[in-house]
Design a protein around this ligand. Structure first.
Ligand code: HEM
Ligand SMILES: *[C@@H]1O[C@H](CO)[C@@H](O)[C@H](O)[C@H]1NC(C)=O
Ligand SMILES: *[C@@H]1O[C@H](CO)[C@@H](O)[C@H](O)[C@H]1NC(C)=O
Ligand SMILES: *[C@@H]1O[C@H](CO)[C@@H](O)[C@H](O)[C@H]1NC(C)=O
Ligand SMILES: *[C@@H]1O[C@H](CO)[C@@H](O)[C@H](O)[C@H]1NC(C)=O
Ligand SMILES: *[C@@H]1O[C@H](CO)[C@@H](O)[C@H](O)[C@H]1NC(C)=O
Ligand SMILES: *[C@@H]1O[C@H](CO)[C@@H](O)[C@H](O)[C@H]1NC(C)=O
Ligand SMILES: *[C@@H]1O[C@H](CO)[C@@H](O)[C@H](O)[C@H]1NC(C)=O
Ligand SMILES: *[C@@H]1O[C@H](CO)[C@@H](O)[C@H](O)[C@H]1NC(C)=O
Length: 528
C-alpha cells in the first residue's frame, strides 16, 4: 500500500530535463545501483556493514555505517535556526570545531564523511551526499522511499551549536526541535524514526552504557531496539509493550532517559499509533526524514524531487578526425518491460536540415537494478570498436531523440540537445622531453564561442572542489581543419588533477569530460 502510494506520487512528479550536470549526477547516484557492486549502497549492504571496526576487531561490532550516516545527517541539520535561517543540512559537521563539541561526541561523523564525502563532485555537494546517505540507509535497510531533492550548499564555516543531548529536560528538547522547525509531535516521530537504527556506545557515553563484554557487540553498543540494523516499528512496539532495552528509556540513570521523556510526552499517543501500524510509521518517517534532509540554510534553493529519467544519454563524446566526427556515448532506459526482440533507435537532426537514425547496440553488461525499477543500457556504434559511429563533420548533429519498440522518447518534444560546437581532436599530442601536452580542440565555425579553456579540478583544504581555468589561444592563432572546424590550442604541463575542457557558447558555460587529458602520456607523441 505505502509503496504503491509513493510510486503514484513519484510518477506524477515531473522529471527534470536532461542535460543538467548536478541533477544528472544525483539521479545516477540514486537510481543506477547494482547492490553489492557499486555506489553508496555498497557501504550499507548487508545492513550491519561497519567499515571502521576499532583495533581491527573481528566479530559483530554492534555498529553500522547506516546508523552513523543517519545520525550524522541529523546532527548536521540540528544546527538550524528557523528564526534567522542559519544552519541546517550544509555539511558544517565536517569542521573539526563542530566535531569537538560535547553535543557531537563520537567518531561516527568522521567515519561517515570518510565514505560519503568521496561521492561529492564539482556538481554534487558534500551536504547532498550526506542527505543521499540517509536516503540510501533507510531505503536499502527495510525503510520507505524518501523523496529526494538536490542542491544543498556546503557551509564555509562551522554553524552555531544546537544538537540536543540526553541529559537535557523535555522542555529544552521541545524548544530545541521548535528552533529546528519541528513541532512536539514531529519531535517524537523523528526521534523514533532515527532510533529504529543503532544504539548508544560505551566509549562516547560511559555514563549511559557500561562495558558490555558481548561478543555480538564488540564496541559495547546498547541498541535502541532488537532490530537495530533494520527499519521497522519495533522501536515503538517494544517501548509500548514494556519490553524495550532502549538505553535512553530504561537506562539506570533517569536523567539521561531522553527517549522515555520524549516518547511519553503526549501520553504515548504517537508511539501507540506507530506500534499499531508499520505502514503509518513508515509513511510518517518518509515524510519526517525528507523534512529533516530538506532543512537547509535560508537562501539555498533545492530542486524538485528527483525521479528517474525514462531516457538518459551518458558519456557523450566527439572526436574530430579529419572530415569526420567520431560520436560515442550511451543511453540508459528506465524500467523497460522485457522484450527479446527490442529495437532501439537513435534519431538525430544535423546542421544542414537532415534527419537520420541509427540502431543502438544493447549493453547488457550495464544493466543495473534498483528496488523500484531496472535500468537498461545501450551504446552508440555499429561495430565492437567502442569508438561510436562516424558523422560527416560539416553536417554534425544538433538534437537527438530515441525510439524504443516504436515509442518516441523526446522529453516532451524538446529532444536531447547535443553540443558539437567545441570537440576534441585526434591531433592533441604529448612532448615527452618536457612532459608538456599540446591540447587541441576544434571549434565549429559560425558558432558564437567566446572562450575555450582547460578546467583543472582540485580539492581545497576544506574539501571543496575548485576549478581553475586556463584559456586556449583564441581565434587569431587558429588553424582550419576543414570547412566546418578550426583548431584552438594550448600547451600545458602534465598534472595529477582531473581536467575538463570548458567553453562559453552564446554566453553559456559548459564543460566536457576529458579523461584523455588527465594522463598525458596516453596522448600520442607530438611529431618532432
Ligand atoms: C532529543 C533528541 C535526541 C537525543 C538526545 C539523541 C541521543 C542519542 C545518543 C546519546 C545516541 C548514541 C550515540 C553514540 O553512541 O554514538 C544516539 C544515537 C543515534 N541517534 Fe539520536 N538522539 C536524538 C535524536 C535523534 C534523531 C532526531 C535522529 C534521526 C532522525 C537520531 C538518530 C540516531 C541514530 C541513527 C543513532 C545511532 C548511531 C549509531 O548507532 O552509530 N537521533 N542518539
Ligand atoms: C550472538 O548472536 C548469535 C546469532 O544471532 C546468537 O546465537 C548468540 O546467542 C549470541 N550470543 C550472545 C552472547 O548474545
Ligand atoms: C545521572 O546523570 C547526570 C547527568 O549526566 C549526572 O549529573 C548524575 O550524576 C548522574 N547520576 C548518577 C547517580 O550517576
Ligand atoms: C507510556 O508507555 C510506557 C511503556 O508502556 C509506560 O511506562 C508509561 O507509563 C506510559 N506513559 C503514559 C503517560 O501513559
Ligand atoms: C530510419 O532511416 C531509414 C533510412 O535510412 C528510413 O527508411 C526509416 O524510416 C528511418 N526510421 C525512422 C523511425 O525514422
Ligand atoms: C517498474 O516496472 C515494474 C514492472 O513493470 C513495476 O511494477 C514498477 O512499478 C515500475 N517501477 C517504476 C518506478 O516505474
Ligand atoms: C568499426 O571499427 C573500426 C576499427 O576500430 C573503425 O575503423 C571503423 O571506422 C568502424 N566502423 C564504423 C562504421 O564506425
Ligand atoms: C616542450 O617541448 C616542445 C617540443 O620540444 C616545445 O615546442 C614546447 O614549447 C615545450 N614546452 C614548454 C612549456 O617548455
Ligand atoms: C556572442 O555571445 C556573447 C555573450 O552572450 C554576446 O555578448 C555577443 O553579442 C554574441 N556575439 C554574436 C556575434 O552573436
Amino acid at each position: 500500500m505505502l509503496r504503491l502510494a509513493l510510486l503514484t506520487y513519484f510518477a506524477t512528479a515531473h522529471a527534470y530535463l536532461w542535460p543538467s550536470p548536478m541533477l544528472d549526477e544525483l539521479e545516477s547516484l540514486l537510481y543506477e545501483i547494482t547492490p553489492g557492486t557499486s555506489g553508496m549502497a555498497n557501504f550499507i549492504q548487508p545492513c550491519d556493514t561497519f567499515s571502521f571496526a576499532s583495533g581491527g576487531g573481528s566479530g559483530p561490532t554492534g555498529r553500522s555505517n547506516a546508523a552513523d550516516w543517519i545520525r550524522t545527517a541529523y546532527h548536521d541539520m540540528a544546527t538550524h535556526n528557523i528564526a534567522d535561517g542559519t544552519g541546517g543540512l550544509d555539511a558544517s559537521i565536517r569542521f573539526a570545531e563542530e566535531q569537538a563539541r560535547a553535543e557531537n561526541v563520537g567518531d561516527g561523523f568522521a567515519n561517515t564523511l570518510d565514505v560519503l564525502a568521496g561521492f561529492a563532485t564539482r556538481y554534487v555537494s558534500i551536504a547532498d551526499t550526506l542527505a543521499l546517505g540517509t536516503v540510501m540507509a533507510v531505503e536499502f535497510c527495510g525503510g520507505p522511499q524518501i523523496p529526494f531533492r538536490g542542491g544543498r550548499v556546503d557551509a564555509t564555516e562551522p554553524n552555531l551549536p544546537g544538537v540536543p543531548e540526553p541529559e537535557q529536560t523535555l522542555d529544552s528538547h521541545i524548544a530545541t526541535f521548535a528552533k529546528q522547525g519541528f513541532t512536539q509531535d514531529e519531535m517524537i516521530g523523528l526521534v523514533a524514526c532515527g532510533h529504529t537504527f543503532g544504539g548508544v556506545q560505551h566509549a562516547p557515553f560511559p555514563d549511559i552504557v557500561p562495558e558490555l563484554n558481548d561478543p555480538n557487540s564488540t564496541e559495547s553498543v546498547a541498541h535502541f531496539d532488537s532490530t537495530n540494523t533494520h527499519f521497522d516499528n519495533n522501536i515503538a512496539i517494544e517501548y509500548i509493550s514494556g519490553t524495550t532495552q532502549n538505553p535512553l528509556v530504561v537506562g539506570f540513570n533517569d536523567t539521561t532517559n531522553s527517549d522515555r521523556r520524549i516518547f511519553g510526552s503526549d501520553g504515548n499517543v504517537t508511539m501507540l499509533s506507530f506500534a499499531n501500524s508499520p505502514e503509518l510509521f513508515a509513511s510518517r518517517c518518509s515524510e519526517l526524514f525528507a523534512r529533516m534532509l530538506d532543512t537547509v540554510p535560508s537562501g539555498v534553493q533545492l530542486s524538485d524531487v528527483i525521479t528517474p529519467l525514462p531516457v538518459k544519454p551518458s558519456n557523450l563524446q566527439f572526436i574530430l578526425d579529419g572530415d569526420v566526427l567520431q560520436f560515442s556515448g550511451g543511453v540508459r532506459f528506465w524500467n523497460l518491460t522485457d522484450n527479446p526482440n527490442r529495437v532501439a533507435l537513435l534519431l538525430w537532426d544535423d546542421h544542414l536540415g537532415g534527419v537520420h537514425n541509427f540502431t543502438l547496440l544493447s549493453l547488457l553488461e550495464s544493466s543495473t537494478s534498483y528496488p523500484q525499477g531496472v535500468a537498461t543500457g545501450y551504446r552508440f556504434g555499429d561495430n565492437s570498436s567502442g569508438s561510436g559511429f562516424l558523422l560527416d563533420a560539416a553536417a554534425g548533429i544538433t538534437n537527438m531523440r530515441f525510439m524504443v519498440d516504436g515509442k518516441l522518447e523526446d522529453q516532451g518534444g524538446v529532444g536531447f540537445a547535443v553540443q558539437d560546437a567545441v570537440v576534441f581532436t585526434t591531433t592533441s599530442c604529448f612532448f615527452g622531453n618536457n612532459f608538456t601536452a599540446q591540447f587541441n580542440v576544434a571549434v565549429r565555425k559560425g558558432v558564437n564561442v567566446t572562450s575555450v579553456y582547460i578546467e583543472t579540478q582540485a580539492s581545497d583544504s576544506l574539501g571543496h572542489i575548485t576549478i581553475t581555468e586556463t584559456d586556449f589561444f583564441s581565434p587569431d592563432s587558429t588553424v582550419a581543419v576543414n570547412s566546418a572546424y578550426s583548431i584552438w590550442t594550448v600547451n600545458l604541463a602534465e598534472s595529477p588533477f582531473t581536467r575538463y575542457v570548458g567553453a562559453e557558447i552564446d554566453g553559456v558555460k559548459s564543460s566536457m569530460a576529458l579523461g584523455l587529458f588527465s594522463q598525458l602520456p596516453a596522448l600520442p607523441s607530438c611529431p618532432s
